[in-house]
Design a protein around this ligand. Structure first.
Ligand SMILES: [Zn+2]
Ligand SMILES: [Zn+2]
Length: 206
């Protein structure tokens, strides 16, 4: 699997293109803004997008859902527990352009697998930063962690539906059970590894 990163929007969100090398089939993770920038990168590399997945329903991970979806005629997926975000989120994040237009077409569940070409990504439900937060794991050495785990820190829990205990459990029971050399691609900032973050997280919350 190849990973391309496109940094988008006011909060410098990482939109990732997870690409199956053999077929160029691509999952678009968190198209958070700047649809043109994302679309151009896809066209430049002649990628074949098959779906959009939101790691969670905060607007900085979703704002370009509609434009990218329309361009490539592909569906949008997010975890069902973030349905609540479309109500409370619209109130909280309305000023950022949160609207029904960017809502997912399908809801996903823990353990669900997305196959694209010869590659796949499995959904790990990791609530805490938001109720329906997910990570996506390739079963080997790549984890897309959304806003659950960053380089040098963990996701904030003070937004609607956030929970420190849930975040702590998600990181301990799911993310830290993966191989230590797994490369973590977070929703903001630089990539890291599970090995590198265990010390930070131990200090911060466990
Ligand atoms: Zn977030
Ligand atoms: Zn974010």
């Amino acid at each position: 699997m190849l990973v391309y990163k496109v940094v988008v929007g006011e909060l410098y969100t990482n939109c990732y293109l997870a690409v199956d090398e053999k077929t160029s089939q691509t999952l678009i993770i968190d198209p958070g803004d700047n649809a043109d920038k994302i679309i151009n990168r896809i066209l430049d590399h002649k990628l074949k997008p098959v779906a959009i997945i939101n790691t969670h329903a905060h607007p900085d991970h979703m704002l370009a859902n509609y434009e990218v979806k329309q361009k490539f005629s592909i569906p949008v997926y997010a975890h069902e527990k973030d349905k609540i975000m479309f109500k409370s989120g619209a109130l909280f994040f309305g000023s950022m352009g949160y609207s029904a237009k960017i809502s997912p077409d399908h809801y996903i569940k823990d353990g669900q697998v997305f196959d694209f070409g010869e590659s796949s990504l499995k959904v790990l439900h990791t609530p805490g930063h938001s109720p329906g937060g997910i990570c996506l794991y390739d079963g080997d050495k790549i984890l897309f962690s959304g806003d659950t785990l960053f380089k040098d820190g963990v996701g904030r829990v003070d937004l609607p539906g956030g929970s420190l205990s849930a975040l702590s459990n998600s990181i301990k029971d799911k993310i830290f059970k993966l191989p230590k050399d797994t490369v973590v691609y977070p929703g903001h900032g630089m990539q890291t590894t599970i090995y590198a973050e265990e010390m930070n997280v131990a200090r911060e919350l466990l």
